[in-house]
Design a protein around this ligand. Structure first.
Ligand SMILES: O=C(CN1CCCCC1)Nc1ccc2c(c1)OCO2
Length: 327
């Protein structure tokens, strides 16, 4: 059946966590449409590493089974990572249930995960070809659930400083306004990748083509990482915006009024609210603010939580497409 869980933003909308029940144990996890491993803090880790975290205890689960000789090792674009061994267990997310789901048990996690005590790990929702388990690659929760879901979809409803929803198997049309604009997804890279070739600022004239012209929908990335041409075009319309090498990106006066950004999603222009592009102050006085739109030199572009706060997104694993609508 379908499943629906509330998600909760950590302070500053840095990441969005939602409850996952693994072998009867409910833990809060980071749902990440930009990766394809489900890994958890667990009782193999040292007490220092576990301090402040919830942890999955496979010994307490009657349905856990070790996958002898299986290991995983994952590293993310921000340089963080985790590694360990692997078993299977029953996973239930708001009623959507998968038996025999690969549960990757970290025996090593990088610092940013240790300090992020609200997160018990990640649930990857990109395509299974990116899964890092060896010697036999494993499937994501969504991939395993596809055949049994009423509809082959999951949806992300992320909000600024407020609870939202992750839903599996149904599209709740009360969560967005107007029709969903559907775009085909290119699954070659293993991401939810689509064409994004133009942008406009504050309702101005659309740009011409953006180099590379590809983007991925990534709930696991906090910001919106776009081509330099988009970043330059947008912040040229923000008084006092500067590239601030000290803090590592574009900042502007917190008092600035930020224009909306219109961005191409498979031929339809989606809007990112200017308010959401004012991400956070970088100083104690709240004078200088850090932009939610930043440049990436790698391709594809990465449309993270800044994009999702203005747009409800449906991920269709039946026909490999994305549906986007304002919310
Ligand atoms: O690494 C991530 C997302 N990642 C998801 C798992 C938790 C830790 C953060 N995003 C990211 C951050 C910076 C990047 C990048 C991707 O690609 C280039 O620079």
């Amino acid at each position: 059946g379908a499943g629906s869980v509330a998600n909760t933003p950590e302070a500053g909308d840095v990441e969005y966590l939602a409850p996952v029940t693994i072998g009867g144990q409910t833990v809060n996890m980071d749902f990440d449409s930009g990766s394809s491993d489900l890994w958890v803090f667990n009782t193999q880790l040292s007490l220092n590493t576990l301090s402040g975290h919830m942890a999955y205890n496979p010994a307490q689960s009657s349905t856990f089974q070790l996958l002898p000789g299986s290991t995983f090792s994952i590293s993310y674009g921000d340089g963080s990572g985790a590694a360990g061994n692997v078993g299977t267990d029953t996973v239930n997310i708001g009623g959507a249930t998968v038996t025999g789901q690969a549960i990757e048990l970290a025996t090593d996690v990088s610092t940013s995960f240790v300090t992020d005590t609200q997160s018990t790990g990640l649930i990857g929702l990109a395509f299974s070809k990116l899964n890092t388990v060896k010697p036999v690659q494993q499937k994501t929760f969504f991939d395993n659930a596809l055949a049994t879901l009423p509809e082959p979809v999951f949806t992300a409803d992320l909000r600024h400083n407020a609870a939202g929803t992750y839903e599996f198997g149904a599209i709740d049309s009360t969560k967005f306004s107007g029709p969903l604009a559907w775009t085909p997804v290119n699954t070659t890279s293993g991401f939810w990748q689509f064409t994004s070739q133009a942008f406009a600022v504050g309702g101005g004239a659309p740009s011409t083509s953006v180099p590379g012209g590809q983007a991925i929908a990534d709930t696991g990335t906090t910001l919106m990482l776009a081509d330099q041409s988009v970043v330059d075009g947008y912040y040229s319309q923000v008084q006092g915006a500067v590239n601030n090498a000290t803090v590592g990106g574009v900042t502007f006066p917190c008092s600035a009024t930020l224009p909306d950004l219109q961005i191409d999603v498979g031929g339809t222009m989606a809007t990112v609210r200017g308010d959401d592009i004012n991400f956070a102050p970088v100083d104690q006085t709240g004078t200088t603010c850090f932009g939610g739109l930043q440049a990436t030199t790698v391709q594809p572009q990465i449309y993270g939580d800044i994009f999702f706060k203005s747009n409800f997104v449906a991920f269709n694993g039946g026909n490999n497409s994305l549906g986007v609508a304002p919310h």
